[in-house]
Design a protein around this ligand. Sequence first.
Ligand code: SAH
Length: 270
Amino acid sequence: MESTELTPTMQKMAARSAAEFAEIVAPLNLDFTSEQIDQLLRYRDLLLERNRHVNLTAVRDCDGIERRLILESLRLVPFVQQHAGSGNIMDLGSGGGIPGMILAIAMPELSFTLLDATGKKVIFQRDVIEAIGLENVRAVQGRAEELGHDINWRNSYDLVTARAVTSLSALMELGLPFVSMKGWLVLPKGNDIEEELGIARKAAGKLGGTIVSYDELEQVGSDVSTRLVLVRKDQATPGTYPRRVGLPAKSPLGSPQDLAEKRPRKRARA
Ligand code: SAH
């Protein structure tokens, strides 16, 4: 090996130039301006840097951020565009801004709300918004269980995304209250979701949602296998949902725990 060549580890750590990065996302055919490419790279650098001190994502190397976070999030663009309605989008449990911040850079014509319960993550989101000068994103700290009952938030979003937050059933309970009638949940998931889907199907009816598809995403320029679960809100979500903080994840609707809790307890003998 020549001394100037990079070892695989060095390659993983080395930041790609704008031209190299543009090549990675080229198969997606998204027609980015050079300004958008620069914004994505600026976001990559800010995430890489802050993630050294604050736990924002388990992906810590440059190549991982570019491919597993940025490229993977960009695969959602056509679905978001197709179902964007009037253009009000929420990313629930956005963490370091994934996929919401990346989608906001890719689609400046849509308006994004990034919601997360954790203060330090929201502070990072706000720092990114200011550093890059994004005008179509706001970052809010809060719990979906609480804001989902707030009239300023309920039924107010055309589309809600969420990645790596919780199970499908819990995502429907947390997400559908925010969605307006005929709006969508767009949920990227791993490949092995049969069990989750079974529970989520039972939950869907109670929440006014229909699981419309859960196909594997076409592997454009990516070797990660992802399923995209699309849920449409066909009926109003009853006012009892979401339940109190923590319950949607702890006792997902339609799961054995949930069903067990509903069974009447035997009365203790005196
Ligand atoms: N979507 C990001 C973050 C995943 S970690 C990514 O893909 O990297 C899950 C995030 O969801 C955490 O930051 C956590 O604070 C947030 N979260 C979990 N439950 C939540 C709730 N009920 N309301 C708001 N945020 C929540």
